[in-house]
Ligand binder design. Sequence first.
Ligand code: CA
Length: 219
Amino acid sequence: MRVLLVEDDDLIGYGVEAGLRQAGFTVDWARDGQSAELAITTTDYALLVLDLGLPKLPGTELLRRLRAAGEYVPVLVLTARATVADRIDGLEAGADDYVSKPFDLAELIARCRALVRRSQGRGIDVIRHRNLTVNPVEQRVSLSDVPVPLTSRELAILLQLVTHIGIPQSRSRLEESLYGWQSEIESNAIEVHISNLRKKLGPSLIRTVRGIGYVVEKA
Ligand code: CA
């Protein structure tokens, strides 16, 4: 899973980056509000870890703009300004949680994990497509009501496809959905997982789109 860390302080940034990596996240690090805004428009993030005191564009302003644009990525705010008024400012601007500096890295990571878990369960109900049922929260898949055991990686790929019905997903997009499950992805990993998914769920569900990737077609 990909996380955007927005922090202008090198020392804090290196610490948080290392901690998030160790926890299995893929980390992009932006050092000012403008680069962060640009990164968010070009990349899908599972989480933002956002410092409020930033050069070029303050964190609260960035957050307000994101929420105004309908961007619902979960945001954990890092704040040195631990007054009640500042916390309220951050939460009102659209933060989901905050930690005050100096913070305990383990606690920060735990809060990041909780936010990602919460947001992944949020908004996505059970998905039904033809005779396929996918329950993302309980991580269960069934075909004509018969449970089909999938590995975590197969489920991650299937979820990416069934949450984008009719929209072909590139191999690199599918690889991104695997981040956090394995640190290095072998070059043929996606093909192997797709092939296994076809064996388990039938050959017609996932169609190969030549030169692009894979798609689950509309029913
Ligand atoms: Ca700062």
